[in-house]
Write a protein that binds this ligand. Sequence first.
Ligand code: GRF
Length: 194
Amino acid sequence: MINIAIFASGTGSNFEAIDKQIESGYLKAEIKLVVSDCLNAPVIEKAKQRNIEVFSFHPKEYQTKREYEKKIKEKCMALKIDYIVLAGYMRMIGEELLNAYPRKIINIHPSLLPSFKGKGAIEQALDYGVKVTGVTIHFIDQNMDEGEIIAQYPLNIEHKSKDEVIQAIHAIEHEFYSKTLKKIWEGGYEESTN
Ligand code: GRF
């Protein structure tokens, strides 16, 4: 059984999708902790309803990133967290956690990286006028939306409205985040790269 912490700042639809796949038995993991840097993020209530421990904090109440990440690290260590799964966590991960969890922090981003990093990736792609965008799942490093790419899922967005693109991107995320996590945790990803 893999113990995971999900970090999220917002709605938590990816959190819900992963939780559903755990409940169904598809993913052999347990969400031991939800971390949020946004005290009123809807994901917090969703986690509490499921009796999942929550650590929410206001970054401004800490002098440095290292300080609050030390707290998060302590929680993760106490709960024996194996993997950190970022699901809409709008903050860069610092050295404290990167060093504690090398190649164990996974992110999902709504574009085909390295294109359209950062906030508003779907809007960036639409504004640029690309015909194809998609979703990237990757291990993180110290740079924003960089690090070893694990999987990418393209989406043709020609003749689609903004709402249709947003919906389609989320549908891909909800299906493929769990599928990719399963591959990583059950060895399929390593096998295909060795
Ligand atoms: C997703 O689009 C994800 O790719 C990005 O943030 C969004 C989070 O959505 N990193 P939700 O909170 O899971 O609904």
